[in-house]
Ligand binder design. Structure first.
Ligand code: PMT
Length: 367
């Protein structure tokens, strides 16, 4: 590889001064303020969970982009486990179309939804399946409609959930509806690294300036759980090509600038006493702890959770100034269903441990 001349590094302030904010930023932040204040008044702690990978578009009319690896599994499972504790309201800042709390159990790859359903007729008689018509194998799917003018093609048909899937789906649906009725989950989607950073800064600032009815700030009762995989490089907006980059000229060279590390600003300026949890992903396990310790030193936050690409679903390491603690799902337990009927997820252990640490953090701030 050839040596590149060094380009100046952007500070967080310079980044925000030149990269345009997402169009609905102010609307999002208004909704976040209402959500945080309402939940503070209900006595909840508030956690911001970031999830999924950010993109860097190569064109303004985007045809191609660079992406960071993350399906959103860690973030969506963690959000759900935070909600289960009953103590947290969750702001879920996630990559558009990545996994989400609750619906993640029925994603396109795990439990494809349509495979869990069957068609049953009132008279329980076998009915000949839909017949080819007008030269097509099956009819077009009608649009959902509130009017009764589009009648079902087969009025005696009902959709049933196949028995082994009924109990888990019922339980999940009830949890989801409870969370909705309590108003303890607020989701916001991002796609690009610019959108992510603008939203991260905006939401953190709202969390640190929100006040309950007595005028108390969220302060130490706020947690920032940064599981998103954030691009380290970006192309400043004035250098992004307007139209699709043409391939006729042979190879393509792209010069990217470094995204400023915002964790420092987050700890010192945006999160105001909140409990900050960052993640570190490595493929070489030997680098995990030194890199995590480096991040603690540089940014001054409370804990780094280290994970490797291969084993991230079964083991993580909590790195604090006081030492390291590994959290693991034993090999014989992996993928097994527990006494409560659920498959063990490492996020349950992560959140249980973090909740205790967070309680300690809140208590240590009291005079
Ligand atoms: O969704 P899954 O498929 O389950 O995958 C989950 C995961 C492996 C992506 C997740 O567990 C994880 O490790 N996320 C962090 C990945 C990572 O190493 O991110 P990073 O190197 O971009 O950032 C490290 C930390 O620095 C992050 O906590 C981030 O908040 C912070 N950072 C990053 C970029 C930036 N410009 N400023 C920052 O402060």
């Amino acid at each position: 590889m050839s040596e590149q001349p060094e380009r100046p590094l952007f500070s967080a302030e310079e980044f925000f001064a030149q990269q345009p904010p997402p169009p609905q930023l102010e609307e999002h932040l208004e909704q976040v303020r209402e959500f945080v204040e309402r939940n503070m008044n209900a006595g909840k702690r508030v956690v911001l969970v970031t999830s999924g990978g950010t993109t860097v578009p190569l064109e303004q009319n985007v045809v191609r982009f660079l992406d960071n690896f993350s399906a959103g599994t860690r973030g969506s499972a963690s959000a759900e486990h935070f909600l289960r504790t009953g103590n947290y309201a969750v702001i879920f800042l996630h990559r558009q179309h990545s996994l989400q709390p609750f619906s993640r159990h029925y994603s396109h790859s795990t439990n494809p939804f349509l495979d869990l359903l069957s068609v049953v007729h009132e008279n329980n008689k076998d009915v000949t399946p839909v017949q080819p018509k007008d030269g097509f194998l099956f009819p077009p799917v009608p649009a959902a409609s509130t009017s009764s003018s589009v009648a079902p093609t087969d009025s005696s048909a009902q959709i049933h959930i196949s028995p082994p899937h009924l109990a888990p789906m019922l339980s999940l649906l009830q949890s989801y509806q409870l969370v909705k009725s309590l108003g303890v989950l607020h989701s916001i989607a991002f796609t690009t690294v610019d959108e992510y950073l603008w939203l991260l800064r905006g939401v953190s600032r709202v969390m640190s300036t929100a006040r309950d009815k007595e005028g108390n700030a969220l302060g130490r009762r706020g947690m920032y759980y940064l599981a998103a995989a954030v691009s380290d490089f970006f192309i400043p907006s004035q250098r992004v090509s307007e139209h699709k980059i043409q391939s006729g000229k042979g190879s393509l060279s792209i010069e990217m600038d470094q995204v400023p590390k915002v964790l420092k600003a987050m700890v010192d300026e945006w999160a105001n006493d909140g409990f900050v949890v960052s993640f570190k992903l490595e493929t070489d396990i030997k680098l995990l702890i030194p890199k995590a310790l480096g991040a603690l030193d540089r940014y001054g936050h409370q804990v780094v959770i280290g994970n490797t690409l291969a084993d991230r679903k079964y083991e993580v390491v909590f790195v604090e100034r006081s030492g390291e603690t590994w959290v693991r799902i034993a090999e014989e337990e992996r993928g097994k269903v527990g006494a409560d009927g659920a498959v063990r997820e490492i996020e349950e252990d992560i959140i249980e441990r973090l909740e205790r640490m967070h309680s300690g953090w809140i208590a240590s701030g009291k005079v």
